[in-house]
Design a protein. Sequence first.
Length: 259
Amino acid sequence: MNFSFLAGVTILGIVLGTLCMLAMGRRIGLRRLARDPEAAKASTGAIDGAVFGLLGLVIAFTFSGATSRFEARCLLMDKEANAISTAWLRLNLLPESAQAPLRDKLRQYLDARLDAFHKVPDMTAVRAELARAAALQNDIWTQSVAACNNSSSPSATVLLIPALNEMFDIASSRTALALRHPPLMTYEMMFILLLAGSALAGYALGLGKVRDWFHGLAFVLAMTLTVYVIVDFEYPRVGIIRIDRFEQPLLDLRQSLNP
């Protein structure tokens, strides 16, 4: 299913759900006010405060986690570009006959890494590119170890092997972080709390003498926008908030590696 379509359906569901709960809460408030005005207006601040406080806490932690992961992903792209560049330069320590094949493999490896992330959200294509990158990692490592063993310079082994190891480690960390998201239960809990908060807000609106939809719609808009921004930060390859522009160091590096 197209991710944009799914995101649109989710946002629409949040808007409709909160509007329905607002309307239901207001109706309950009106009925309670008609039956027992004094009891209806009795203080329920403790209950409201608990629900809205918990909702705010969940939103705050989820938003903070999403933005932190976004920043970490950007940082790992810079680190991966630096690691690949370092490994590329240290290939100069190998014999001339071993450099050309390894440089070609490194170009293919970087292409596979770029393609893997560009093909999100097609996870089948992503897995295929990650598998290609893993196979190229194995080839680069095997050929590099063999070339270092045949090299007359001990600095080739001392400098190149750690650089390759760091390059592969950063790639693994970046891939793992890209696939790391909060449990689905976190979003389900946030949605349930949002519906509960909407019902309480609607109940409070029902206690007024005048129908006040302005504050209700403002509440729905604010909550929907907040949830959308959280999800957009969490999946920065498919929404409005894009991580692509932070990938420029890798793209510039690939351009510089052209023969």
